[in-house]
Design a protein around this ligand. Structure first.
Ligand SMILES: C[S@@+](CC[C@H](N)C(=O)[O-])C[C@H]1O[C@@H](n2cnc3c(N)ncnc32)[C@H](O)[C@@H]1O
Length: 228
């Protein structure tokens, strides 16, 4: 982090302290954001993981208007360290949220409103393009981009080699198949089948039956050994 970045953060902390703001009060910034997203309240899981793991590097595939981006970015700002790389082409794909095609400016506005722009690097590109030159180890990988079976499998294969042994991969929309009528049918959605394939292959998968399904995966078959 640059000297200027550190100085800005120290000033912000000082102002918060002077105004006697606690972190809980600062969360009002997040709860007052009205960004439509299927993630719903499950977005707090991302925030909590980013708070507790204190990650150096988070990668998000699929930012749209930035609900998940703001919550993870905010957690990093509370940690005072780390960077979220937010990948999205912000153009027409098969997987845009309603009214969120060119979401680039909206995303930047939301990040600024949360005061987290310093903790988020917005990468306006497809995930496969970013992956071609990717080198950093990853603590948290959030996959919410191309929801086709081939797309989600590609994202897993391209980025998982960089995830640290105790790092986590989080997928959104993993129980769509179990709740097809809530949002209308998207038969081509492949996230549930792909994550189920990971589960059958022996990867530890923990799924929350909420907000169309959020699954947390440890990217080691059989789980990361806890003893020698
Ligand atoms: C469901 S939205 C993401 C929602 C967001 N995570 C949130 O919390 O509101 C899916 C996004 O994935 C993006 N997307 C589609 N294909 C992609 C790809 N190959 N690489 C990166 N992003 C992609 C779309 O542009 C779209 O904005």
């Amino acid at each position: 982090m640059t000297f200027l970045g550190k100085a800005k953060r120290a000033i912000r902390r000082g102002i918060d302290a002077a105004l006697n703001r606690t972190p809980m009060c600062r969360h009002d910034v997040l709860t007052s954001l009205s960004i439509a997203s299927g993630l719903g309240d499950s977005v707090w899981v991302l925030h909590g993981l980013a708070r507790s793991l204190r990650p150096e590097v988070c990668v998000e595939i699929g930012s749209a208007r930035g609900k998940s981006t703001c919550f993870v970015g905010f957690a990093l700002s509370e940690n005072g360290s780390g960077k979220l790389y937010a990948i999205d082409p912000h153009c027409q794909t098969d997987w845009n949220d309603i009214d969120a095609v060119d979401s680039f400016d909206i995303l930047h506005r939301n990040l600024a409103a949360c005061g987290v722009s310093d903790f988020v690097e917005v990468l306006r590109d497809r995930s496969d393009v970013v992956a071609a030159s990717w080198t950093r180890k990853i603590d948290i990988l959030f996959i919410d981009g191309d929801h086709s079976y081939e797309g989600v499998k590609r994202d897993w294969e391209l980025f998982v080699p960089f995830v640290k042994p105790y790092g986590l991969v989080i997928f959104h929309d993993t129980i769509w198949d179990l709740r097809p009528n809530e949002t209308g049918d998207r038969p081509e959605i492949g996230v549930p089948r792909f994550v189920d394939d990971l589960r059958k292959a022996g990867y530890p998968v923990l799924t929350m039956e909420k907000d169309f399904g959020v699954s947390i995966v440890q990217p080691t078959i059989g789980g990361q050994p806890l003893s020698r």
